[in-house]
Design a protein around this ligand. Structure first.
Ligand code: ADP
Ligand code: ASP
Ligand code: MG
Length: 410
C-alpha cells in the first residue's frame, strides 16, 4: 500500500460540483487501497476577494490579522470536501494547518514551514481516514496563524509529502502538466513529460506560477516525487525529476515570464566607490526586494544605475530613491512600471553558446526593444515593454522550435 499526497488548486475546487469531482478522485485512490492525504486551496477567487476586503479596511492591513482572514478561504474548502467524502461513505476528516502542526516561522503573509509533526496525520491515516488538510497555512511558535505566500498550498502538499515520506505528491491543477511556456499565452506550447528540479526551480523563480518556488525547493531537497496533473482530464502530467546522467538535455526547456516587474533608474549618480550600496541599502532597509541590477560604465564622473522591483513596491521604491538621489546629488530618478521580464530556461544551455544572441535576434526581428539583460548558466532574461509580452514570448517559442519534440535547434 502506498501513501499519496494530492493537492487541488483553486479552480479545481471552484464550485460545489468541482469539489464533488475532487471527492470522487480522492475516493477512487482510497478504494484502490492507497493512504490518501488531500491538500486543498481556497475556492478560486476567494483569496483575492479576502485580500480586497482587507484593503477596503486598511491599504496596509496588519499582517497578523491578514493571515487570520486569508486562512479562512482554505478552511471553507476542507470542510466541504470532507463532507463530500463522508457523503460517499468514505471515512474522512478535515484539519486546518495548525491542527496538523504545520509549524512555521513568524513572517506573516510569507511564512516558511519549519517542521511538521506528523503524529496527527499518521493517526488519522492509521484509522483509515482520508486526511483533508487546508493548504497555504500554518502556525508559529506563539500559536499565531500564518500563511505561506500566494500559491502556498503547493508547498503545504510537498512538505506533508516529505514529512510522511509519501510515495508521490500529485499537484492537480487546471492544466495537464508543465508546458514549454504558459499555454494561455502560447496555445501551441507543449506539455513536458519530465522537467528537472533545477529547471522547474528556475521557471518558478522567473515567474511560472504553475508551482510555488518553495514547493519545488522542498521537493528537490527532500527527494519528493512530484507530479503536476490535470484535475479535469486523465493523463500522466509532468514529473519533476533529477537530471539523469546521459540524458539528452533539451537546450531550452521553457520560457518563463513575469508581469509583476517594475524598473527604476537613478541618472547621473557620482561614480565613486560605495554608490551602489548607498542606493540599494535604503531600498533593502525598506524591505523591498531587488531583482535585476545594471550599472552603466561611468562617463564624465557620473553613471546611471538601474534595477527592478516587484510592481507592488514601485511607488515605495521611488519614494526611497527620490530622497537617496537628492542626498547623492544625482541628476534624476526615472521609473517604469509597464515592463515585464521574459526568460529562456534550460540546463542544456550550459554547454552551448549563442542562445542569448539568437534570443536578441528573434526579438529584434519583431521590433522589440530590450531594456535590460541578465544571464546565468541555465537562463537568459530580458526586460521588455509590457505591451510586447505576448508577441515576444510567441516569437521566441516559435524561433526556438519549442512546440516540436526535438525542438531547441538554433
Ligand atoms: P492552482 O490554482 O491549481 O494552483 P495556478 O493558477 O496557481 O493553479 O497554476 C496553474 C496555471 O499556471 C495555469 O493555468 C497556467 O496558466 C499557468 N502557467 C504558467 N506557466 C506555466 C507553464 N510553463 N506550464 C503550465 N502552466 C503554466
Ligand atoms: N489560496 C492561496 C492563493 O490563492 C494559496 C493557493 O491557492 O495555493 O494564493
Ligand atoms: Mg497555484
Amino acid at each position: 500500500m502506498s501513501l499519496i499526497v494530492q493537492k487541488y488548486g483553486g479552480t479545481s475546487v471552484g464550485s460545489p460540483e468541482r469539489i464533488e469531482n475532487v471527492a470522487g478522485k480522492a475516493a477512487a485512490f482510497r478504494a484502490q487501497g492507497h493512504d490518501v492525504v488531500v491538500v486543498v486551496s481556497a475556492m478560486s477567487g476567494e483569496t483575492n476577494r479576502l485580500v480586497a476586503l482587507a484593503g477596503a479596511i486598511d491599504d496596509q492591513p496588519d499582517s497578523r490579522e491578514l493571515d487570520v482572514l486569508l486562512s479562512t478561504g482554505e478552511q471553507v474548502t476542507i470542510a466541504l470536501l470532507a463532507m463530500a467524502l463522508k457523503k460517499r461513505g468514505v471515512a474522512a476528516r478535515s484539519f486546518t494547518g495548525g491542527q496538523v502542526h504545520i509549524r512555521t516561522d513568524s513572517a506573516h503573509n510569507k511564512a516558511r514551514i519549519v517542521d511538521i509533526d506528523k503524529q496527527r496525520v499518521s493517526a488519522a491515516l492509521a484509522a483509515g481516514e482520508v486526511v483533508v488538510v487546508a493548504g497555504f497555512q500554518g502556525v508559529d511558535d506563539s500559536g499565531n496563524i500564518t500563511t505561506l505566500g500566494r500559491g502556498g498550498s503547493d508547498t503545504t502538499a510537498v512538505a506533508l509529502a516529505a514529512a510522511l515520506s509519501a510515495d508521490e505528491c500529485q499537484i492537480y491543477t487546471d492544466v495537464d502538466g508543465v508546458y514549454t511556456t504558459d499555454p494561455r499565452v502560447v496555445p501551441e506550447a507543449r506539455r513536458l513529460d519530465r522537467i528537472t528540479f533545477e529547471e522547474m526551480l528556475e521557471m518558478a523563480s522567473l515567474g511560472s506560477k504553475v508551482l510555488q518556488i518553495r514547493a519545488v525547493e522542498f521537493a528537490g531537497k527532500y527527494d519528493v516525487p512530484l507530479r503536476v496533473l490535470s484535475s479535469f482530464e486523465e493523463g500522466e502530467g509532468t514529473l519533476i525529476t533529477y537530471e539523469e546522467e546521459g540524458m539528452e538535455q533539451a537546450l531550452i526547456s521553457g520560457i518563463a515570464f513575469n508581469r509583476d516587474e517594475a524598473k527604476l533608474t537613478v541618472l547621473g549618480v557620482p561614480d565613486h566607490p560605495g554608490v551602489a550600496h548607498r542606493i540599494l541599502g535604503p531600498v533593502g532597509a525598506a524591505n523591498i526586494e531587488v531583482d535585476m541590477i545594471i550599472q552603466n560604465v561611468g562617463a564624465d564622473g557620473t553613471t546611471d544605475f538601474t534595477f527592478t522591483v516587484h510592481r507592488n513596491d514601485f511607488v515605495r521604491a521611488r519614494e526611497v530613491l527620490d530622497s537617496v538621489a537628492a542626498e547623492l546629488g544625482a541628476r534624476q530618478v526615472d521609473g517604469d512600471d509597464k515592463i515585464v521580464k521574459v526568460s529562456l530556461v534550460g540546463v542544456g544551455m550550459r554547454s552551448h553558446a549563442g542562445i542569448a544572441s539568437r534570443m536578441f535576434e528573434i526579438l529584434a526581428d519583431e521590433g522589440i526593444n530590450i531594456r535590460m539583460i541578465s544571464t546565468s548558466e541555465i537562463k537568459v532574461s530580458v526586460v521588455i515593454d509590457e505591451k510586447y509580452l505576448e508577441l515576444g514570448v510567441r516569437a521566441l517559442h516559435t524561433g526556438f522550435e519549442l512546440a516540436q519534440e526535438a525542438g531547441t535547434n538554433i
